[in-house]
Design a protein around this ligand. Sequence first.
Ligand code: AMP
Length: 425
Amino acid sequence: MAPPIAVIGMNDILPGEIARWQSLEGSFRETCARYGYREVRTPICEYVELFSRGIGGTTDIVQKEMYTFDDRGERTLALRPEGTASSVRAALEHAALSKEPVVRWCYLGPMFRAEKPAKGRFRQFHQVGAEVYGDGSAAADAECIELAVRFILSLGIKDFTVRLNSLGGEESRARFREALVAYFTPVREQLSPESQHRLERNPLRILDSKDPRDIPFKAAAPSILDALTDDDRAHFAQVRALLDALEVPYAVDPTLVRGLDYYTRTVFEVVDTSGSLGAQDALGGGGRYDKLFSELGADAPVPAFGFALGIERLLLAAPEPVQPRGFCVAVVAAAKSSDLPVTGAAMALARDLRARGVTAHVDTRFHSMKSQFRRADDQGAAFVLILGGSEVEAGEVTVKDMATGAQSRLARAQAIDTVVAARPA
Ligand code: AMP
C-alpha cells in the first residue's frame, strides 16, 4: 500500500521552516499590541449560513470554494474561508461593544478555500488579520491600513504598493451600478460568460475580472469615484490626507473592487511588486464593511474596518534571514543504556541545564560514546558534558569545549555554571 499523502493544496510546515513562521507571527502580535489590537481566536468551522450571509451569496468563495460538511446530520458546517465573518460573529455573540465603545481585535490562523492550487495559492492557507468595530471615522481606516503597512515593513518587505479605492455607501453604489449597467449592456455579448452573468447579479465584480475578453472594456468603464456622494467623497479625501500625514504611500485605483460583497467606502489591497510571487501577487487587503453587523443580526448598525494578509505570500515576499544556529549543549553517558544510575544522571543533568535556560540534547538511545559525540557534533553542541560511573560517584562532570577541544573535570554545579555563563546573552 502506498504511504499516505497530505490533502492536495494543504501543506505541512516542517521544523526547518517553522522559525520563519514563528518570527512572522511574533512580529504580527507585537505590531498589533502596539496599536492596541487584541488577539481573538475563533473556531476553524462555523455554521455555513454565517459565511453565506456574511460574505455574500454571489461571491466565488461562497458559490464555489467553501468546504462544507454535515455535522453528523444536524446542521451544515463550513471550514472558515476567511476571518472577518467569524470575528464579527464572536463580537456579537459576546457583546464586545457593550464592554468598550470601540473594539480592536486581531487574529491569525488557517483558512480553507477549494481553489485550484498554484504558487502562492493553496486550499489550506494562513492569514493574519485585524479589525476595528464601532468607529466609522476615516481615522480608523487610516490607522488600520497603516498597521498593515508597518507590519509588512517589519518583515523586511519593501517592494509593494498599496492600492486604494472607495466603493461608497449604498447611494453611491446604486448610482455606480446604474452607470456600469448602462456602459456594459451594449457590449454584453463580447464579455466573458462569467461577466455576462455578473452584469445581472453584481456588475461591480466585472471590474475584478482578469479574463482577457473583459480587460479591454474595463479600461474605459465609468469610475466609482465619479459616482460618490458628497459624504463618501469627503470620507475618502480624509483617508487619503491621513495616510499622507502618516507617510503611508498609496496609489488610488478606481478599478479596485475586491472579491467580497460586504465592503463599503474605503477598500485597499497590498500588491507585491518584486515579481517573486508570480500571478498571485496580492499580499492581502481589506476595507470598511459598515453593513456586515446588521446583516448578521445586530440591533443597530456598527461601523467596521479590517484587513487580512496571507502568511504564505508574505513569507515568499520576505527576504530569507540568515538563521544563526542557537546555542546548545549535549549530555553524553559513558555507559550502556541499561546502566541506569549513569543514564539517569545524564538525563537529570540535562534537566537541570534546561531549567537554567540552556538547550540540552540527550541521545536517549545511549549507543557508544563515539556515536553520541557524532550526534552532538551534528546538532552543533558548543559543549559536551560527559558522565561516566566515576563522575557520577564523585558528583562531577567532564566538560568538553567543542570549539577548542579543551576538556576539564568539574564539580556538577560548577559544570552547569560554566555552560550557563558561556551562553550568549
Ligand atoms: P482575501 O480574503 O481573498 O482578500 O485574501 C486576503 C489574502 O489572503 C490574499 O491577498 C492572499 O495573500 C491570501 N489568500 C487568499 N486566498 C489564498 C489561497 N487560496 N492561498 C494562499 N493565500 C491566499
